[in-house]
Design a binder for this molecule. Sequence first.
Ligand code: ATP
Ligand code: MG
Length: 468
Amino acid sequence: MFLKLKTSFFSRLDVRLTLASTLILLALSLGLCIFFYMRIEYLLEKQLNRILADETHELLDDIAEHKNVIRGCQMFESDVARRKYYQFEFRVLTAEGAVLYQSKRAWKMPFPDQGHKREFSTVHVPGKSMPYRLFERKMTLDEGSDLYVQIATEKRQEKDLLDRFYEHLLLAFPVVLLLSLLCGMMVANKPRKIIKGIARVANRISSQNFQERLPVPPAPDEVQELTLTINSMIDRLEKSFGEIKQFTADVSHELRNPLFALKGTMEVALSEERDSTEYRESMAECLERVNFLIKMVNDLFLISRFEMQKVNLDVTSFNMGEVVRDLHEFFLPMAQEKQLQFICERCDYAVICGDRTRILQLLSNLLDNAIKFTPEGGQVTIMLIKNESGIELQVHDTGIGIPQSALPHIFNRFYQVDSSRSASASGTGLGLQICKRIADAHGGMLSVQTNRDAGVTFTVMLPSQAKG
Ligand SMILES: Nc1ncnc2c1ncn2[C@@H]1O[C@H](COP(=O)(O)OP(=O)(O)OP(=O)(O)O)[C@@H](O)[C@H]1O
Ligand SMILES: [Mg+2]
């Protein structure tokens, strides 16, 4: 249990962000402190070097003034004894290394390394905890003899200052740690809240509840972009789920009527003893209803395949004029039976690339509709016009027409203008949806206009080369 709690605490985003930012901040602070420490140490040493060099000049001046090394050194020793902050030790040696003069405690200072180039160095004197800064210099007196001068002072002032700086750093460390943890927590809390909010809303969303949306923050930043993206994703999901629900409801509703009709016909047939002719008639009626159901199921299957983009067009090159003439020939008896005039007004020679069977299916439904919805004595016209970009096919009728209010819905699944209109009652309302999908799959367009006098005109525009 404890392990689980510990794990979940450290796996929290805000905790990890805080720890990461604190570590980065601490590393940076540490780097800065080391830099400043070294810089101060360097500057203090430089200042001490300058003081030692100045004191050496003073010693040389004293020797020059008294024209005697020993007298000059004595003078200098009494001078430096009065210095308030620094205690200096010094020694003067001959070129051969023999000591000419040295201050009281200078006997422990190292002798100069002949030929050694470094003038300044830090030396540790045995028995002294504090290191010394030492300045060594070779000089030539006026009479021409060479001397070595060594002058040194304890690095106490500098060490004290650096120690105090170090103590302050140690004191500041926990404060910086605490502040960086607090700041990190405050900064990391915002993304945590946003992510928790997203998770909460996402949890509430189900196929029954798509009303929830994430609150969009006002600042135009990545968080706003993320919430907008998620909201638009929920919009799309809501639309898709709505379509699926609608589809399921439509299909079950549309299947109920023909199934009940089929059941009724069977029940009537079985309700009493009948002769074989009556049974045959009932069977024929049942077969008609079953065929209707099969057509509906096939149409639905085709639509769902179009939706999943699984319909592969069998594209070939063919003369559209020939297809139109075949269709005219095929539908003419049907039109004549209904006392309609069926005219092929114009039929250009037009070779196009497309799926011949699907285009036949498209035009057949348009002609079937035109004949179905045009009353006796009316006229149906088909026209094929070739133009630069492709072809234009028009199916024109003088039938019952479509009200303006119904035009936007005419290509929807199962949509029938008014099922009480006797002719439309025989269809499934899927034909025009399939027509539109076939036209779209060819990179074309299907549209409808109501005629000024009577009826409607369906227009199919197809490019010379099909898309797929
Ligand atoms: N030429 C037309 N004149 C008047 N109304 C039409 C015409 N064509 C289509 N409609 C209206 O549009 C509806 C949908 O047509 P659609 O072809 O999709 O279905 P349907 O003909 O009823 O059934 P089917 O799936 O068997 O084709 C029709 O029910 C009808 O109300
Ligand atoms: Mg139809």
